[in-house]
Design a protein around this ligand. Structure first.
Ligand SMILES: [Zn+2]
Ligand SMILES: [Zn+2]
Length: 297
């Protein structure tokens, strides 16, 4: 049995947001205001992803990741993270992905389940499986969760993984526009609701991007993972604050579920992939990346 474990070069855990808007597109905060808010909230890195406008910014305490949210011809949105790719709205999706790859960037499908306010925002599973050079998808988009209840796309993730798309990393993001929802009870801001935490050997932009590319990170809406450890065929995930730990395999099947902050599962070999969700009864969750499991020597 072979197990591909993306968590083998850790060191630091760096927290960041890879999807946020400013007044350079349809956000309400200026780039300086946005960077200061994330910095004051103890984030380590930030990607400003204004619509079809590349941003390369600097900040004294945040690692700033050059990024853009590209509008594709079908109206779908694609994040280009980590390289200065200029968007070209006439370009076909596959050509755009190739250009991001050539420039050393990472391509992430944005809000794949969101079909409001525009049905074209949604990414059909067939479209995602047919593309080459996609590094992952947003499994949680905070803005879409607040305003359109279609922010979660873990179902799409399991479909891609089950049809053999790998690597295929899951990201949680804010997609902040500086807006709030006060329709149902307390005001909820579209910021600090979804993030990733990257296991990274050093605090540099190059190391950060290499670690994200390898899948050495987890996505979260509130739960903190302390360690992902593979010892022979036993996978152990420890958290600081989860109430349950659930191991998921092919087609989203639950392989095992444990109560408490930590759980272990011994991989059998037929799972195709194993990923872990650490969650709390209030709904907050942390998702590890999938470990690829294959039979053979
Ligand atoms: Zn978008
Ligand atoms: Zn956006």
């Amino acid at each position: 049995m072979n197990i591909h474990n993306p968590y083998d070069g850790g060191g630091l855990w760096l927290k960041g947001c890879i999807h946020a808007h400013t007044t350079k597109s349809d956000g309400r905060l200026t780039p300086a205001e946005l960077m200061n808010r994330y910095s004051q909230h103890d984030y380590d890195f930030l990607a400003i992803t204004d619509h079809d406008k590349m941003t390369t910014a600097k900040h004294p305490s945040l690692l700033m990741v050059p990024s853009v949210e590209i509008t594709l011809p079908e109206q779908r949105h694609l994040l280009s993270i980590g390289s200065a790719v200029q968007p070209n709205m006439e370009e076909e999706t596959q050509d755009c992905l190739a250009r991001i790859e050539q420039s050393g960037g990472l391509a992430v499908a944005a809000h794949p389940n969101q079909d409001l306010p525009h049905p074209g925002f949604r990414w059909p599973v067939e479209a995602l499986t047919s593309l080459r050079g996609l590094h992952g998808l947003e499994i949680y988009n905070h803005l879409a969760s607040l305003f359109f209840p279609r922010g979660l796309a873990v179902d799409v993730w399991d479909k891609l993984l089950s049809s053999g798309v790998y690597p295929c990393w899951g990201f949680a993001v804010d997609d902040t526009h500086g807006m709030s929802d006060s329709d149902s009870g307390p005001i909820r801001d579209d910021i600090f609701g979804g993030w990733i935490v990257v296991g990274c050997p050093e605090r540099t932009l190059a190391a950060l991007l290499t670690s994200i590319r390898r899948g050495s990170f987890y996505a979260s809406t509130g739960v903190t993972i302390l360690e992902v450890n593979l010892s022979a065929t036993t996978l152990t995930v420890s958290s600081a604050d989860a109430e349950y730990v659930r191991f998921i395999g092919h087609a989203g099947r639950v392989l095992a579920e444990k109560t408490g902050m930590q759980g272990s599962y011994t991989i059998q070999g037929s799972e195709h992939y194993v990923r872990v969700e650490c969650y709390r009864e209030d709904g907050t969750t942390a998702w590890t990346q999938p470990l690829l499991v294959s039979q053979g020597a």
